[in-house]
Each structure stands twice: as C-alpha cells, then as structure tokens.
Design a protein around this ligand. Structure first.
Ligand code: 4NP
Length: 153
C-alpha cells in the first residue's frame, strides 16, 4: 500500500482538493486498491466541517465528488501511518512539525516540490481564486503520482 496524507491549515479547501484529485487520478489508473489517500488540518479551526462550497464546486466542475468529507486535524500517529505527508505551504510545514515532531523519516514535502517548483499551492482563502488552487493541485498531484508510479509500480 501507498499511504498519502495531504495537509493544509483548515482541511476544507486545499488539502481536500488534493485528496479527491489524487483519488481520481489513482482510480483512473485502476490502482485504487493500492492506495490510502486522506487529508487533514494543522488546526482545529474547521474540525467537523464539510469541504468549503467553492472548493466543492471546483471539484464538481471536473466531475469529482468530495461528499462525506469532514475536516479533521492531523494526529501525532499520522506520521507513522503515512508514507507521503504532503503539505500545501510553508506554514503547514512548520505547524505539522509541532504536531508530529521532526521529520525523522524525511516524508514531509510541499506538494508543488513534485513539479520542480519550490512554491506554495495558491491559497484561495483570501483571494477567492479557486481556479488557481485547482491548477496547482492538479499539477502537483499528477507529478506526485508520476513519481510514485516510477518508483513503486
Ligand atoms: P484550507 O483553507 O487551509 O485550504 O482549508 C483555510 C480554511 C480555513 C481557514 C484558513 C484557510 N481559517 O482561517 O479558518
């Protein structure tokens, strides 16, 4: 199994978008039984809340459902449960370290780093630009899946 956890601040916009994009990419390859894919927040701010409506709408534009997803916070056990812990921005990197401790197995990475960029996923929270987030998430998840497929399948 390949276990992937996507992480952002609230788990209602960026990381659920990445979770459901990645689930779609993996399913399109017929590999869904080989992957566990989830997402979580570094804060409790939105715990229990569904995916933010504009993020849900952006996924729906692409035929992707995120129904039944409710925000959860990262748990300290998640570090050992997942092989890839993929954060959306640099502040997530700092915050997750406070929850799981140091990245002893070198498994925490910025999503955009898989595309060769050293950048953050566009944060739609203040801009309302969910298309920019979609573009980043789509590119990042495709690059991450390519890397995993080249290494493990
Ligand atoms: P997300 O977006 O981290 O992409 O889920 C946000 C959600 C909530 C807040 C900030 C960003 N908030 O401040 O509550």
């Amino acid at each position: 199994m390949v276990n992937i956890l996507f992480v952002c601040l609230g788990n209602i916009c960026r990381s659920p978008m990445a979770e459901f994009v990645m689930k779609k990419l993996v399913k399109d390859k017929g590999l869904e039984n080989h992957f566990t894919i989830a997402s979580a927040a570094t804060s409790y701010e939105e715990s229990g809340n569904p995916v933010y409506p504009p993020a849900r709408a952006k996924l729906a534009e692409h035929g992707i459902s995120c129904k039944d997803k409710y925000a959860v916070r990262v748990s300290p056990d998640d570090y050992d449960k997942y092989d890839y812990i993929v954060v959306m921005d640099r502040s997530n990197l700092r915050n997750i370290t406070r929850i799981v401790g140091e990245d002893r197995d070198d498994k925490i990475r910025l999503l955009m780093s898989y595309t060769g960029a050293n950048s953050d996923v566009a944060d739609p929270w203040y801009t309302g630009d969910f298309e920019a987030t979609w573009q980043d998430v789509w590119a990042g998840c495709n690059a991450l899946l390519e890397k995993i497929l080249s290494e493990k399948f």
